[in-house]
Design a protein around this ligand. Structure first.
Ligand code: NIG
Ligand code: FE
Length: 388
């Protein structure tokens, strides 16, 4: 059992509790038992609800652990040279994925696993307690399957992204047949989700429909990389097929926003502004999505090409400073929003029975996460009810 008291501001994301959309409780305490939240209330009442001495956090804010619902942590090597060239003016293109494919295929299982563990630990230190992790740099039956095994070392939210790009010297139709045939068969037991990169240089809408349909038939949940590099039909396809999340959503028109809004109980728009930062691209218009009633998640997109960061606090700062989100909206989207994008209700909030995942901020208000870009404000992290 673990109890935190003297919490200046506890963000519960529980609409039935506290004030405002984040369900904020002031002068609060929280108790974790058996890995779960067992009690939330006033600091003065905590002794009656725990049998350990509470830790006084001295007025700091406490928030749910971040839920990063979109990462590509399984890879080898890096693309620092590509980053340097991009900063000198070369545009980002999907083709860079092939550089990482070569390094990933050359890596041993142990090297892939070590890289996933390293990045998951880095994410945890900045407050991420739930991660989704995709394959997508193996692009062969063997290498996609072992990528998913490596991903499973850190999460149950594993995503098969064999349809990231067509590998070199391969016919697109032949590759799609493998992805939807043998690769899916071998990978599905290791995956909860299927994803497809539907964009310029990757797969078109018809091809993406084939991939998602095959994944659905194999019992996987659906996610889609859509409308990152240019406007296209990816978001509409994701909504039409009942995807849990359409990710990137950088280039949208009003009919895309209408479609996401109409589907907001089912499909989340996941925005990945660190990708726009690192590719020097225009940011997605989060304000337009929120004003239309779309459910928005924020995630890191951590990958060696377009967004080599695990920092959800950075993502929150970008969303607030560049995308028209309020600090409260961004915090919700990086916690409860990410949970919704993974169709989870047991993370991203502090209702009794939810998982005991929390971040103690070195600040008195959650607003500071956005307000202090690049500053490490994570005082401590609680995961599964234990201080780490
Ligand atoms: O989400 N967009 C597709 N995949 C990644 C980038 C992958 C890469 O460049 O290695 C993304 O940005
Ligand atoms: Fe991605």
């Amino acid at each position: 059992m673990l109890a935190l008291s003297g919490i200046g501001e506890l963000v519960t994301n529980d609409s039935g509790r506290g004030s405002g959309p984040l369900g904020i409780v002031r002068d609060a305490a929280i108790v974790f038992d058996d890995g779960l939240v067992s009690w939330v209330g006033s600091s003065g009442d905590v002794a009656k609800h725990c049998d350990v001495a509470p830790i006084d956090v001295a007025g700091r804010a406490v928030i749910p652990g971040f839920v990063d619902s979109h990462t590509h942590l399984v890879f080898a090597g890096d693309r620092a040279a590509e980053f340097e060239a991009r900063m000198a003016g070369k545009p980002y293109a999907a083709g860079g994925i092939k550089t990482t494919m070569v390094a990933t295929r050359d890596a041993t299982d142990e090297q892939l696993r070590a890289n996933v563990l390293r990045l998951a630990d880095e994410a945890l230190r900045s407050g991420t307690t739930t991660l989704e992790v995709k394959s997508g740099y193996g692009l062969s039956v063997r290498d996609e399957a072992r990528s998913l095994v490596a991903a499973a070392a850190v999460t149950v939210e594993t995503t098969f992204l064999g349809a990231h790009v067509v590998p070199p010297d391969t016919d697109a139709d032949d590759y799609l047949a493998i992805v939807c045939g043998e690769m899916l068969k071998v990978c599905a037991p290791h995956a909860k989700w299927i994803d497809v990169f539907c964009d310029r240089g990757a797969f078109d809408v018809d091809q993406a429909r084939v991939v998602l349909s095959a994944g659905k038939a194999a019992g996987l949940g659906l996610r889609i990389h859509a409308n990152q590099l240019q406007h296209g039909g990816g978001v509409q396809l994701g909504v039409e097929m009942g995807a849990a999340s359409c990710d990137h959503c950088t280039h949208l028109d009003s009919s895309d926003i209408d479609a996401l809004s109409a589907a907001s109980q089912f499909t989340v728009a996941t925005l990945l502004p660190a990708a726009e930062l690192c590719t020097k691209s225009a940011f997605p218009n989060a304000r337009a999505l929120l004003d239309a009633g779309v459910k928005v998640a924020l995630a890191s997109d951590c990958n060696p090409g377009s967004s080599y960061t695990t920092s959800m606090p950075l993502v929150i700062s970008l969303a607030v400073i560049n995308m028209g989100m309020t600090p409260s909206e961004a915090l919700w989207s990086a916690t409860a929003g990410g949970a919704a994008a993974l169709r989870r209700s047991d993370v991203g909030n502090f209702t009794v029975g939810s998982r005991g995942d929390a971040v103690v901020l070195d600040a008195q208000s959650h607003v500071h996460v956005a307000y202090r870009p690049g500053v490490h404000l994570v005082k401590s992290v609680v995961r599964n009810g234990e201080l780490i």
